[in-house]
Design a protein around this ligand. Sequence first.
Ligand SMILES: [Zn+2]
Length: 370
Amino acid sequence: MKRILVAIVTLALTASFVPVATAAKAQNNFSITQKIVYVGLTPKDQPDFWTAQEEGTTTETSGQTMLSYAKSTVDEAITFWKQTTRGKMKFGTSRFVIGKAGTAIKHCNDSADKKLAMKIAGLKSIPIGTHLVTVNINDSCGYAGLGEQGGNSLLLKSFGTTTLIHELGHNFYFYHSSLLTCDKSDFTKFNATNCSVEEYGDFRDLMGNDDWCPSATLSATQRATTFSTPKALNLTIGVDTTVDESRMSTDRIVYQFKYKTIWYFFEYYIPGEDRCMFISSFLDKPQLQVRMAGPAWAKAKGSAIGPMLIQRRDADLPMSVVNLGPDSLEANMVLTGFLEGEQFQLPGAPYVLTVKSTGTTSAVFTLTKS
Ligand SMILES: [Zn+2]
């Protein structure tokens, strides 16, 4: 299931993407205990929306109240962010407050909803580390959720775990996990005419278009560039680099390389049983993924574009790299990474990537001058 639309407001439209995390900022400083204050606004015509015990309309909510469902989404989101920061992010006890009937107004006004939620929660201001989550199921703006880069407040219309995690990610300074494609998968013509960026396009994580599941995480690149946990390691040209599978908790799950204004990130991804969303047309093999940040033309494509995953189509390549059986119907396999034995000219830099091996827990690759 793909989220329909998730809007964000960014505070710093002019700030450029900084791949290497600098000093910890207020909202993702691990020394601050994070706290969620959750305010459920209530529709006028459904006064017991949050508390009704009756069977829910979906299997997700059946047998429980909306409030207990909301509490479970907060628990799941906290677990997600603890796991994603390797336990460095601390959370205090969450608080849940329900507004009286008539507070979930049919309108598109996030600042009015925020103000109302603060009043209901008894907050004159929002302390650093506190995240005010306001749910208005009658919000008519058209997005599932609205977060703010480095903010302390978010608005949800759809209050599932996926949207909550995503919008909290914006509060923690995450940009969108994006996707980079070029016409006919030809990355040698690397410009705005031939290539495009899909802002939420990275299938790998919840800052892109993945859905939540208990084993969900963010790409190692996202974790390294926003949280510095783990740190991205610098790779050396011409030297074999061993990179561990990106779900492992070692310190070598992501490598970085900078050429002029462009950053390149390398991580090793093995599609597993725990994959949250299975897309059958996506390459289901161990793969070295390359994400980029910084090309000027790509930055102009959106306000919250984060690392961009390089994606190709096997059918575009002069020779298939997938090695499908003769009976396979997957003629247009989407390649979300590079396979063992592949060589790839880095877009925008005179270097060639060679994937030397892809093992059960780590891969070996090298960059050489082209
Ligand atoms: Zn977003």
